[in-house]
Every structure is written in structure tokens, then in C-alpha cells.
Ligand binder design. Sequence first.
Ligand code: UT7
Length: 323
Amino acid sequence: MSYRSTLLGCGKYAPKRVMTNDEIALAVDTSDEWIFTRTGIRRRHIAAPEETTTSLAIEAARDALASASINGGEIDLTIVATSTPDYGFPASACLVQDAVGAHGGAFDLEAACSGFVYALALADSMIRIGSVRNALIIGSELYSRVLNWQDRSTCILFGDGAGAVVLSRAAQPGPLPRFTLGSDGSGGPLLTMYNGGVPEPSNATPGGVRMNGPETFKFGVRILVDVTEQVLRDEGLSTCDVDWLVPHQANQRIITAATKRLGFADERVLSNIEEYGNTSAASIPLALAECVERGEVLPGHRVLTVGFGAGLTWAGGLLTWRT
Ligand code: UT7
């Protein structure tokens, strides 16, 4: 017996404190005009001192459970996709599981900005084989504490936030979700975050995220096109069959260049990078949750999520909303 999964609920949490581009320009040599025209970002949300990746994840998880109208006790798998966990262990997912009263397995998954879609793929396969009925999948990140705030090439890009979905066994027959996952470790040096596991290069600027921006940009455009085309090809669908494309929010210029090439209508491509910046594994569920909150995602809608980032990694997932 094989089962089918569907998205049942979606939630989000963004820290209250907003940091504008002008505020960053007080500390490093940049401007609102440069940041906005090169990235589409105007603001990002920054966690308060008492907030953590786990506390953000718990808020988003509660919001997703309310959206799905189910109790935490009905969850039998919890995954937190994050590159900025509170601890090496315990996993943030275990702390979230306890906070919402969930059961079953709980673990963190690290695949950088692709982590949320990787987690969806894993949860879907466990639902298919019947070992999980309701999975709580969260992307949560707290980049503001790991960035080098003196490095204008990276500190302008990232923000804090969390998004979550409930992925559940569907009651009715319908289309199966489709996933594709990929990685290419030879591109690892393009985007790194040191955490003490290897000696830092002696000529490195201290701390934080290091990125070859232009090469990562080219990769982002190419992979967003390739993954979208592959998922559509595998399913025998065209762009018109997708109600919402939810790309990773890395740079508005990446989203615009790729979706233009794909021929997606702007109004079906979700983008909230102006408000949040790049929230890595949280960016896809955060964008989807806003669309759900506006009442625009309707039962039966097809949602195509595409993540890409450090690793290099990439992942596409085509799912349905409440079918
Ligand atoms: O989520 C993971 C995936 N991440 C991404 O996909 C990010 C991909 N990359 C990007 O989004 C872009 O490469 C950036 C936004 C990071 C940079 O934009 P760019 O158009 O690629 O700029 P660049 O790195 O080629 O730099 C152009 C110029 C340089 O000055 P010179 O050498 O031309 O004089 C930089 O020093 O812009 C300068 N620059 C800045 N100027 C003002 C770099 N950062 C800044 C800044 N403010 N914040």
C-alpha cells in the first residue's frame, strides 16, 4: 500500500526588529540604492537577543499547526532545516517537538538554502511508505549572529526568520508530489560558513559567511531554470499547470532572470525578498505562508518549490495544497 502526501498547513514567524538598508549603510560602505538595485532587498528582520533559531522555529510551527487545524500531538515526524542551529546537539527539531507536543522522530537537516525542500522530499517518502501520517517541516535561520557585519558583500544579503508546513497523508486520490534533489561538492568553496571543523585560511576575513557572489549568482539562475524544467518534464506539465512557483529568495535578479527564461507570469512567482532578505532554509516556507495568509493558495493548487545554495545543493518539489 502506498500513500500520497499533501500540504495541509503553513505558518511563519519573523522577528519584530526590522533593519533597513540605510541602517547597514551607517556601518559599512554601501547604500540603499546599491543594495536594492543589485538584490531587491530593502529590509531584513533581526532576532532579539533572547530569540534563537529554535524559538523562531517554534513560533512558525505553532502557526502552521493552527493553519492545518491539527494538534502537535498528531505530528509523528519533525524536521528543522537549518544551517544556524542553536547547538551541535540537541537538534532544534527535538526542542520544537517538545514545545509543540509532537511524537516520533525529530532531527535537523543541513543542506543550506535547499534544506527545506530536501526535508519535504524526505517527509514525503516516509508518508508514502506509511510510517508517518503528519510531518512538521520547518526552515529556521538566525544569520544575524553568524554574519561578519564588516563584510558588505555578504552582510547586506541575509536575515532571520522561520517558516513551516504540515505535510500530511492525503485522504483522497490525487497527484503524487514530485521531487528532484542534487548536489555538486566541487562548488563547495563558492559559499562557506566556518564553524571550527577546519582551520580557517590565514588570509581569511574573520567569521561569517564567505561567498563568490558573481559565480553563485550564475549558478542560481541556471539551477532555478534547470530544476523547474526537470520537474515539469518529469510530470509532463508546463509552466501554465503550476499555480505558484516558490523559488529560494536569494536575489530578486536571480528570480527575475530565471522566471523570464522559463516564461512564468510574474503574478504566479512568489517573492518577499524586499522585506526579509535571504533567510536561507526559511525563505521558501516564509514566502508560501504569506501567500496562504492572503488567502491566495486554494485547495488543489499546485505549488512548485525550488531551493538552491551552498554545497552546492539544489532541490525541486512539486506539491498540492489540501487535496
Ligand atoms: O542563498 C545562497 C545563494 N546566494 C546567492 O545566490 C547570492 C548570489 N550573488 C549575488 O546575489 C550577487 O553576486 C551579490 C548581490 C552578492 C553582489 O552583486 P554583484 O552585482 O554580483 O556585484 P559584484 O560582487 O560583482 O561587485 C560589483 C562591485 C564591486 O566593486 P568594483 O570591484 O566593481 O569596484 C564590489 O566591491 O560592487 C561592489 N560591492 C558593493 N558596493 C556597495 C559589493 N558589495 C557591495 C555593497 N555595496 N554592499
